[in-house]
Unconditional design. Structure first.
Length: 224
């Protein structure tokens, strides 16, 4: 049972880093799509949301083609820096970030679209730059929706299986995340380990969903 903590700690590291990546990319992209008007905006929105509905194994295949030894990004990284991503925990982070990205993007976009544009325009009238408008007006008013999306993304990254298995494999102690460890334990007939890992995953998911639900925009606190 002691070895069950290793995939848990690895999954927490992978999910945490994936969520941090999505904090930067998802929030920025959500704000840009919410506020900018340009041709192909709906098409871009659909493309960014695609990982939410696409089978994880298909995403894993695309990532394998991209960051594999013969892929454009993978071969460039290996040639220039000697970095090989396939079958590493870093590949698991990339897979988790891609799969969870739409949750942050969609939540951030909805949160920023709920902010009254007149308030942002008033800030510009007072001489604030676009960066200042974002940090001092838009983000403070949209933070609840953004944080809810990040919590959901963390839970999704914590439970990622298909894409991670394809690009990172299942190397115990190195790339074997929580979801993969559950699968391996079931296959090996280790029901006690599987039950322990499933219990941790279930409790964590419930806590995250409850927290995200309380942060959703439009939820009003109870009056006593």
């Amino acid at each position: 049972m002691q070895g069950a903590w290793i995939p848990l700690l690895l999954s927490l590291k992978v999910a945490g880093l994936a969520t941090l990546i999505n904090l930067l990319l998802g929030v920025g992209t959500g704000y840009a799509v919410a506020r900018l008007r340009f041709p192909g905006r709906d098409l871009l929105d659909a493309a960014l949301t695609l990982p939410m509905v696409m089978p994880p194994t298909v995403l894993g295949y695309y990532l394998l083609v991209l960051v594999g030894a013969h892929g454009p990004l993978g071969s460039w990284l290996y040639t220039q820096f000697g970095i090989r991503l396939i079958f590493t925990w870093q590949a698991a982070v990339i897979a988790a970030a891609v799969v969870a990205f739409p949750l942050v993007f969609k939540s951030a976009r909805a949160a920023f679209e709920s902010v009254d544009a007149k308030l942002e325009e008033a800030g510009r009238t007072l001489g604030l730059s676009e960066v200042s408008v974002f940090w001092h007006i838009s983000l403070p008013l949209a933070w609840r929706g953004v944080l809810a999306g990040l919590l959901l993304a963390f839970a999704r990254a914590l439970g990622e299986f298909g894409a991670t298995l394809m690009v990172a494999g299942s190397i115990p102690g190195k790339t074997q995340t929580l979801a993969i460890a559950v699968y391996e334990a079931v296959q090996a007939g280790q029901d006690d380990v599987a039950n322990f890992l499933v219990g941790i995953t279930s409790v964590t998911s419930i806590v995250v969903l409850l927290a995200a639900g309380r942060l959703m925009p439009g939820r009003l606190p109870r009056r006593h």
